[in-house]
Design a protein around this ligand. Sequence first.
Ligand SMILES: Cc1ncc(COP(=O)(O)O)c(C=O)c1O
Length: 466
Amino acid sequence: MTERSGENLDRESLQEMDHHFFHPWDSPNLLDQNARTVISSGHDATVVDADGHEILDGPSGMWCLNLGHGVEEIIEAMTEQARTMVYSSPWGTANPPSAILSDRLAEIAPGDLNRVMLTTGGSTANDSALRFAAYYNNVMGRPEKKHFISRQKAYHGSTLLAASVSGKERDKYYVDLLTDMATFLSAPNPYRRPAGMTVEAFCDTLIDEFEETIERIGANKIAAYIAEPVLASGGVIVPPAGYNKRMWEVCRANDILYISDEVVTGFGRLGAFFASKDVFDIEPDIITCAKGLTSGYAPMGAAIISERIIENIRQKCGDDPSIAFSNGYTYSGHPVACAAALKTIEIIERDNVCGHVRELAPYFQAKMQELHDIPIVGDVRGTGLMVAVEANEEIDGSLEQDRAIGNRIDAHCQALGLLVRPTVNLCVLSPVLTISKSDVDEMVYRLRQGIERAYEDLKREGVISA
Ligand SMILES: Cc1ncc(COP(=O)(O)O)c(C=O)c1O
């Protein structure tokens, strides 16, 4: 039960009211049919629904609650900040938490990534980075250098620009995008490589494809390459060894900016604050982040920009104020969000959360691999504390059928006390980073049961042969 001005609201009433919430990716014609699980509270790696059921939070919200639910220290820091000073305009003024946070991010980010644009989430971080890349080339006197290179299966957000460089085909139905702005390379998914090809040879073909694309379009027309180090919502696609580094080297050789989208991989998920340098040995020109930046306690993102680029602009334009980068938000550097981020960073460092992830990840991934013996499981893949389980080719069919599989696994898992993130014929898990070994065991146990029950359903209904 939830109270609203003396009124007790049960689950059904809340679900009824929720029909007015047009959720992300909702179909307008089905708004009145939705009956989502209502999450009423949470602690650590667990949420509690409106009927009082405890459910393990497999995706940690939306890969964002890196430190888990109910972290008192973050709540107190936010409360204290709201009480002291809730807002100051990022245009004309500075405030202590946004100044300190920007300084901290410059310190944590690799190489010369020193200049921080604070945004309202991951989409706006990527949007700002892409706009900045185009702006940079205008300022540098090469306005034809505007094209973006991305990959199929990439997801960079839901603003027009971020969506236009996102490569998930099924997200492109019915929405308008800036289609001539971006070119999409193949997804670096070793599971989907051509039959008979080694992973090393597959990686070579991906690099060749990038070089040939540059040759065809012209390096003088390409502003930036944008890439998640591990493609997250495209299905936790872990590229072949050496791929990210080689793609970065191609960018360097061709004067193409490298934007590393660390919205998911940042803040500990792969056992480092930023995976770009510490895991993949690259120094991007821009890193974007969000989600784990505040551990999901407040909406915020950041685009962290290389000093080299700023210096190039300074060299070119001196102190001409008319070249201002007209981009930013009312809530850029919101003090309460910054307080959440600063406390998150403090806790990650103090409690060696990245070390915990590095230690636990091999166990987590090995336990997940045990699911391979379920006949409908085609691939189990992941790294750090992110993993995807993909149904096999035999039942890889229409969008409707794929969704039905994902949704069925989701429904069974929820009944068993586990939230998963169904993404079409996949389900994805990215638990809170502070999770214990016994919670990992429990997650895998429930997931196995959920997938096995979905398999029994599909056999019974004749979708797959017994
Ligand atoms: C890699 C990546 N980039 C960008 C975004 C967009 O972030 P937001 O939803 O905070 O705008 C997401 C969201 O899931 C993401 O996974």
